[in-house]
Design a binder for this molecule. Structure first.
Ligand code: AMP
Length: 474
């Protein structure tokens, strides 16, 4: 099948051709006709499947085939609202809207927090057809009556699972209450938890259902590998892999912002150009880092999960989990950055003894044992004992308590490393089992829950496992 068969208008097809896309991806083949039909849609698709074009192309077609709407003040009215969890994703989706809509006369705008309100107010004042926004700032504008959503005809909730993970459910409900009842709604999510289904029930009316990748299945084209390594040797191993392999464009994930900064400093000292992006960085610093990384000027981008969400780089060859995520679904999201849209990629995880439980949870989620390969010269010490991992003010993992262990309050970092546990790397070819790692008579450490990411980015209040208002990283 090619794009001409999907019912898209010539100016849109021309923009697609100019992007060099030859055939629609599976999600595009299914979503484009469904959205053109005018009905609601619930789509299971991860970043990397081409989902953005899957909703942007038919949405552009629907808006461009109808007359421009004007609000009470005679300004062009917002007819499409796309809600995304992060600023990066919002910026990228709006860039896609502009790219695919370059031969149309529709006006788009991106809106997120962390930057001044006034330029956004000015832009809204000049009229906007398509608004791409993060929820917090959108509600701020609504509260200040600088935004009119009463003409919205198409509503897209992108990466809905991530929105819920980030505690946006109340904000989403508020946005839904503001939007007109009669509209076309599209919900995209990589996973379908009960919470997502409840949201879909509320939002969607007899939706078409599309699921392109197996639930929680990482992209098939990604080669995954684990390098077991000592806790203190990870940095050196990373530098070694980058230099020996002559890797360029390496996206490296750390669990915390502090960890991202420290690693960046280390790599720079090794003459490997690196920058960090995370919630504490200004928008301009993030944009600069991303632009230099995309252009190839910057060899390594070190990111936390939330900051990296939705980073859109074609054919990213190397993703490295410097620290594997404590939320197993994040692993799938992380490695989805590589092996995209037909290109192959490699996802490497550097795993120290503290992280074996996390690795076990990830393997369980993806229904697959990831190949382990010890790098010569970086063999882990078999006597190294697992230690709890401290995330911000919370201690998780072996010997620690993800909720803090002291009556639900987070434990202090100083308490964190005080309790060595009896665990070690499993022998090659074996699984780390909970039993093997649980001292007799002690309850085994449970895997941390989804959403437990206090040090991950700036969206949560300290110790709050499910952040709500107040720390939304606007
Ligand atoms: P997405 O899943 O929307 O984040 O898209 C992933 C990547 O695939 C983006 O970099 C797009 O530019 C690219 N892409 C989207 N559609 C196609 C297509 N039909 N052919 C080739 N690449 C595509």
């Amino acid at each position: 099948m090619n794009f001409n068969e999907l019912g898209l208008a010539e100016p849109i097809l021309r923009a697609v051709r100019e992007q060099g896309y030859e055939t629609p991806t599976p999600i595009q083949r299914q979503a484009i006709p469904a959205v053109l039909n005018g009905g609601d849609l619930m789509a299971g698709a991860q970043t990397g499947t081409g989902k953005t074009a899957g909703f942007v192309l038919p949405m552009l077609q629907r808006l461009s085939s109808q007359p421009v709407l004007r609000d009470a003040r005679g300004r062009i009215a917002i007819r499409c609202l796309i809600l995304t969890p992060t600023r990066e994703l919002a910026a990228q989706v709006e860039e896609s809207v502009r790219t695919y809509g370059r031969h149309l006369r529709l006006k788009s705008m991106v809106m997120f927090g962390g930057v001044g309100m006034q330029p956004q107010i000015d832009k809204l004042g000049r009229g906007v057809d398509i608004l791409v926004a993060t929820p917090g700032r959108l509600l701020d504008h609504h509260g200040q009556r600088t935004l009119d959503l009463s003409h919205v005809q198409v509503f897209v909730l992108d990466e809905a699972d991530r929105m819920l993970d980030m505690g946006f459910i109340h904000d989403i409900k508020k946005v839904l209450a503001i939007l007109p009842q009669k509209k076309q709604s599209l919900l995209f999510s990589a996973t379908f938890s009960d919470e997502i289904k409840a949201l879909a029930d509320r939002l969607l009316n007899q939706p078409a259902l599309i699921e392109v990748a197996r639930r929680n299945a990482p992209a098939e084209l990604v080669a995954q590998k684990v390098h077991p390594v000592g806790r203190e040797r990870k940095k050196d191993l990373l530098a070694h892999l980058i230099l020996q392999g002559d890797w360029h464009q390496v996206l490296v994930f750390t669990r915390t912002k502090h960890g991202a900064n420290k690693l960046t400093e280390f790599l720079n000292k090794c003459d490997i150009t690196a920058m960090a992006i995370h919630g504490n960085k200004s928008q301009s610093a993030r944009t600069k880092a991303l632009a230099e990384f995309k252009s190839g000027e910057l060899r390594v981008l070190v990111a936390t999960d939330i900051a990296a969400r939705g980073i859109d780089i074609d054919q990213l060859p190397h993703v490295v989990n410097f620290e594997i995520p404590n939320v197993p679904e994040d692993y799938v999201h992380r490695i989805g950055r590589t092996g995209r849209a037909g290109s192959t990629g490699e996802a490497i995880s550097l795993v120290c003894v503290d992280e074996e439980l996390f690795l076990r949870d990830i393997q369980r989620l993806i229904h697959k044992e990831i190949a382990r390969e010890v790098v010569k010269g970086f063999e882990p010490d078999p006597n190294e004992r697992a230690e709890p991992i401290v995330l911000g003010r919370m201690t998780i993992g072996v010997g620690g308590n993800r909720r803090g262990g002291n009556g639900g309050r987070p434990s202090r970092p100083s308490q964190g490393r005080a309790q060595p546990a009896r665990a070690s790397h499993p022998a090659p070819g074996t699984h780390a089992t909970r039993d093997a790692r649980t001292p007799p008579g002690q309850r085994s450490a449970q895997p941390p829950q989804r959403g437990a990411r206090p040090g991950g980015d700036s969206h949560g209040g300290p110790g709050g496992a499910r952040p709500h208002r107040g720390g939304r990283g606007r």
